[in-house]
Design a protein around this ligand. Structure first.
Ligand SMILES: [Mg+2]
Length: 354
């Protein structure tokens, strides 16, 4: 296979505890105390972001707020000012676009940049990353961690490598070495189910994964087996995709063991709803037009159910789940929940004055 990857320069930029960082910037009294942005306990909310002092208590994003307050009763909890976060995000994105038009935003505070053809700094991706970090800090007061690599999945791992305020560069010549010790659980798309399966096969690192023949991986993981084979070798040809309009936001889980009945599906719903709420916050709480639930049964049949006009609360998802499950009435491999977004042109019409 042609190694296009080896010639690309991808940056992954990711703000450090973004919403919390904006609040700490605007109110220095919040800087050294445990702080989280999230929904209230009364609304059964979840934590969208928290700062490092809060993380020291074991708090993390997508955790129910009630649990976070049990871990740290003196936690300062703010509901979040998403108009303000969107404004900061716009200024960050403007910095990104000064380096390259090839920017793929993943959420308000995170993006891939393809700087392969960028000419500034004599084409040095490392210097571009340094400039980007300094410029974002100067213009918004927010620190950004950046990863530089020949592929998307490695750039994303690299930005997380030395957080906060990190800059990790994996040049093409170091990709192989970097991968050898990399835990397979860090690979793009390896969730709890695949992780458990790899564990059972005694595969913990990419070096061990490379020992497994392609045919064996395909046998074990289907299509994803080929992907694992490639990722272990640093191959990831996914391009940086510019600004396609996002139509929905969803999360899903493939279970290590099939869920036998509707009751166990209902139980699995709560953590999914929490992850979805956190994801919606990361996108600045966009306007929603409906909900969707996705169920894959143990015979691999797939059903999705959508409903317009419902709020994304656990009760609505529970009702949709029940209807979707009735279509198969079998053990369940995968559950997903999501929300449809109001298209941008409709949003603009909605905001027109009468
Ligand atoms: Mg971030």
């Amino acid at each position: 296979m042609a190694r296009l990857s080896a010639n690309r320069k991808i940056l992954h930029a990711d703000c450090d505890c973004f919403f919390a960082a904006v609040e700490m910037r605007d109110d220095p009294a919040l800087r050294d105390i445990p702080l989280a942005i999230g929904g209230s306990v009364a609304r059964r909310g979840v934590i969208a972001t928290c700062n490092y002092p809060a993380r020291a208590f074991g708090i993390h994003s997508a955790m129910p707020t009630a649990r976070a307050l049990r871990l740290c009763p003196h936690l300062t909890l703010l509901p979040g000012d998403f108009d303000k976060y969107r404004e900061v995000s716009r200024r960050l994105q403007a910095v990104f676009h000064e380096l390259t038009p090839l920017v793929e935003p993943l959420s308000l505070d995170e993006a891939f940049l393809d700087v392969t053809g960028a000419e500034r700094f004599s084409g040095s991706a490392t210097w571009m990353a340094r400039w980007l970090k300094a410029e974002c800090l100067a213009r918004t007061g927010i620190t950004v961690s950046v990863g530089v690599a020949p592929t998307k999945f490695l750039a994303k791992i690299a930005s997380d490598w030395d957080k906060p305020d990190g800059l990790t560069v994996i040049p093409p010549a170091r990709v192989d070495d970097f991968l050898l010790d990399l835990p397979v659980k860090k690979l793009h798309g390896v969730g709890p189910a695949t992780g458990a399966c790899l564990d059972a096969l005694g595969i913990a690192t990419c070096e061990q994964l490379r020992q497994v023949p392609l045919e064996r991986l395909v046998e074990e993981f289907g299509k994803f087996g080929r992907r694992l084979f490639e990722l272990a070798r640093g191959i990831d040809e996914r391009p940086v995709k510019v600004e396609r309009e996002r139509k929905s936001i969803s999360v899903e889980t493939t279970f290590a063991r099939d869920l036998p009945d509707l009751a166990s599906c209902r139980e699995a719903l709560a953590p999914l709803c929490e992850r979805l709420e956190e994801r919606l916050a990361r996108h600045g709480h966009p306007a929603l037009s409906g909900l969707l639930v996705k169920v894959r049964f143990d015979d691999f049949s797939l059903t999705t159910l959508e409903s317009r006009g419902l709020a994304p609360d656990p009760q609505s998802f529970a009702r949709l789940l029940e209807q979707a499950w009735q279509r198969g009435r079998r053990p369940v491999r995968l559950l997903g929940v999501g929300a449809r977004l109001v298209p941008a042109d409709e949003r603009r019409q909605l905001s027109l004055p009468f």
